[in-house]
Design a protein around this ligand. Structure first.
Ligand code: ADP
Ligand code: ZN
Length: 705
């Protein structure tokens, strides 16, 4: 299969101009019958890797996927692109299942999605159908090493024996080596080709903030973007509900989502979010696996995640459409302590604790966060990313030796017997009951740190812990202990570099109800509304029709013909047929109202200019560029007016020019061409008039000088 054919198929069926990294290589491998393991980050574009080959194979492609909700969306997306697909699962009635089975048997379906539990529905027809490809999505679910083990997946190993010559494609976003090997082995893949895509998602900004006044910070953040939806991940169910309530109170359309809610409420919330009806979902990690919403514009972690895999997958739900998206992680020591407790009490505690430690190191990083993240996934990055808080705002170091000495002495005075909060109170000379009860006010170093705020002390102590001078004894009520390195600072004159505490300015004014900003009357909003209405009518998620990225492109490029519309990313043949006319109509109406110069014009003119300078005729250029001759003529006129040295004398005679001039004066310089055409009794063509006017205008300008 040649690259050209694959590209043509990609555009025709999915509307994309080019492949993302590895997609093409994976597809070529599959088409030549190879078993493949594809590791790609969330949003990396896994689906195309089996959807495109499915179109080229004679038989059916079976897609094993763990989530029923996701299947429906994927099938809707395929159908919107004119591809015959269905799913079979336990949510359907027997009649429905029968209907689809028959469609499969009669070769009407190119892709069938099925949950591993429901494979049995297909087994009866295995002998009567040609299975061309088997794709196992979320393949890490097969491995107990992974973070999302599903027992039903372990039965999938028989598929390879049943269909020994059918290529199998396993896909996952979980990269670690143990899981990877486990997947190949358990699925009985034959010498699989392994593709590991870069996990870098450049469009996601990365930011970590101290968890001071989180709710306020979140509200301030959301207020700035009333039309953008996002997810706030919380550790506990209770937090999701409390936060959603607080947001609702001030008029933000927020909902809670967690596994404790009944499935009806959950799927309602999920649907509303997908359809842009609910702006914010406050969720536990139970949310997100089953959604493929491409325009999630931000993801906030209210609490520290348990590990980097989970964190990366969760932030990966933002910006799947490739547009810039924001992520914020709130770090609090309270969370670390709680997570440490969970991890040490749970299964496999050593591994879990180590993973948590890496997460914490990421949050406390003082160098480019993206480098740290990617190195976790085994990628070495040389350049700083420029899109994380550290790159944007590098930490400033100062000599913190005295601060360190005070803190470490305080820990000694308190006999390594108190947690962080008490140490800070002690340093700050607090007069609270606990201090007096213990008579700490009589110890040396009591109050030596009064000039530093509580909040800053907290940050400095955390830095000292990260630097390894002291540590938290999690199994002893979180008492702070010194490490052997502390004595270097206390007695051996070692200098300590600390970083200045970043001031988070939380708007201290009271949280007021958010005034509903009138939705901006941009073309984007107009098209978004249109998309929403169509989605409602057709009962499919809005992003299935067009992604936000596609709407943005329509906004800047303003396509007004089929051909221009087809050039938009995500517009393939079927979408052009189904939605082209109505969107173009909306764009033209908007353009009349609020005209802009199309950005694209500069390049399109230039292309015409180059061809003309190379001696091509107008007809040849039109043919080559797949544009009308009138368009090319208008390009030439414009190019000439803009001062390009081109010879237009062959298009219009001196005599014709003088007639056009005469008309111009008689008609008092009309804007449109039609009056000229009529005045000249239709004897001089529109093309000639257009060019003639450009020449006259130039002459006039030159005479003025
Ligand atoms: P994953 O399953 O890896 O999370 P998807 O297959 O859902 O990712 O793809 C993520 C998004 O990227 C989707 O909106 C999809 O339409 C889009 N996409 C995939 N491949 C391309 C491509 N070659 N060009 C542009 N967009 C693409
Ligand atoms: Zn960076």
């Amino acid at each position: 299969m040649t690259t050209d054919i694959l590209h043509a198929k990609l555009k025709e069926n999915f509307g994309f101009e080019k492949f993302r990294p590895n997609q093409e290589a994976i597809i070529k491998g599959i088409l030549s019958g190879e078993d493949t393991l594809a590791i790609m980050p969330t949003g990396g574009g896994k689906s195309i890797c089996f959807q495109l080959p499915a179109l080229l194979f004679p038989g059916i492609t079976i897609v094993i996927s763990p989530l029923i909700a996701l299947m429906k969306d994927q099938v809707d997306s395929l159908k919107a692109n004119g591809i015959q697909a269905c799913f079979i699962n336990s949510s359907q009635t027997e009649t429905e299942q029968q209907f689809y089975i028959e469609s499969i048997v009669s070769n009407k379906i190119k892709l069938v999605y099925v949950a591993p539990e429901s494979l049995s529905y297909l087994e009866n027809i295995f002998n009567t159908i040609t299975v061309s490809l088997i794709a196992i999505d979320e393949a890490h679910c097969i491995s107990a090493w992974g973070h999302d083990f599903r027992p039903a997946y372990t039965n999938l190993g028989y598929l390879k024996n049943r269909f020994p010559s059918t290529p199998m494609l396993a896909l996952t976003a979980t990269a670690d080596k143990a899981t990877r090997e486990d997947i190949s082995q358990q699925l009985n893949l034959k010498n699989p080709q392994i593709f590991i895509s870069s996990f870098d998602r450049k469009n996601l900004s990365l930011e970590v903030r101290p968890a001071l006044d989180r709710v306020k910070q979140i509200i301030d953040f959301i207020k700035e973007k009333p039309n953008e939806c996002g997810i706030v991940y919380c550790l506990s169910r209770k937090t999701t509900e409390e936060l959603a309530e607080k947001l609702q109170k001030i008029g933000i359309n927020a909902k809670a989502y967690h596994a404790g809610l009944n499935s009806e409420i959950r799927s309602k919330t999920q649907d509303e979010f997908i359809n842009d009806e609910c702006q914010v979902v406050c969720a536990t990690i139970a949310f997100g696996m089953g959604i493929d919403k491409s325009n999630v514009r931000w993801v906030i972690h209210y609490n520290l995640p348990k590990n980097i895999e989970g964190y990366y997958q969760e932030i990966g739900r933002a910006g799947r459409d490739g547009l810039p998206s924001e992520t914020i992680l709130f770090e609090s020591y309270g969370d670390v302590i709680q997570l440490q407790k969970f991890a040490s009490e749970g299964l496999n505690s050593e591994v879990q604790l180590a993973k948590l430690e890496r997460m914490k190191q990421y949050a406390d990083a003082l160098s480019c966060r993206r480098k740290i993240l990617l190195s976790y996934f085994g990628e070495l990055v040389m350049e700083n990313c420029g899109n994380c808080d550290i790159c944007k705002n590098p930490p400033a170091f100062f000599d913190g030796t005295v601060i360190a000495q005070k803190a470490l002495s305080a820990i000694i005075r308190l006999q390594e017997n108190e947690p962080l909060a008490v140490i800070i109170d002690f340093l700050r000379g607090s007069k609270n009951a606990y201090i007096f009860e213990k008579e700490y006010q009589n110890l040396k170093t009591y109050g030596v740190g009064i000039e530093i705020s509580w909040y800053d002390w907290n940050q400095y102590l955390i830095q000292l812990i990260n630097l390894g001078y002291c540590e938290i004894a999690f199994h002893q009520q979180n008492k702070i202990k010194l490490t052997p390195f502390a004595k270097k600072v206390l007695f051996e004159g070692e200098k300590v570099q600390l970083t200045t505490v970043k001031k988070i300015t939380v708007d201290q004014s009271e949280v007021k109800e958010i005034k509903k900003k009138t939705v901006s009357n941009s073309l984007f909003e107009t098209l978004r509304k249109l998309r929403y209405e169509i989605a409602k009518e057709e009962n499919i998620p809005a992003y299935v029709i067009f992604s936000d990225a596609a709407l943005r492109q329509m906004e800047t490029e303003r396509p007004m013909s089929d051909e221009e519309f087809l050039a938009i990313e995500g517009v393939g043949k079927t979408k052009l047929e189904n939605y082209g006319a109505i969107f173009i109509k909306a764009i033209i109406a908007f353009q009349k109202d609020k005209p802009i110069k199309k950005k694209k014009e500069a390049t399109t003119y230039k292309e015409t200019l180059i061809l003309f300078q190379n001696g091509l005729t107008v007809e040849e250029i039109a043919l080559k560029r797949n544009l009308g001759t009138a368009t090319i003529i208008s390009h030439l006129a414009k190019l000439y007016s803009d001062g390009n040295e081109i010879d237009l004398s062959s298009f219009v005679s001196e005599d014709e020019i003088s007639k056009i001039k005469e008309a111009q004066i008689k008609l008092e310089f009309p804007n449109a061409l039609k009056p000229y055409f009529d005045y000249l009794e239709e004897r001089i063509s529109y093309d000639k008039i257009r060019i003639g006017l450009a020449i006259i205008e130039k002459e006039y300008e030159q005479n003025q000088r």
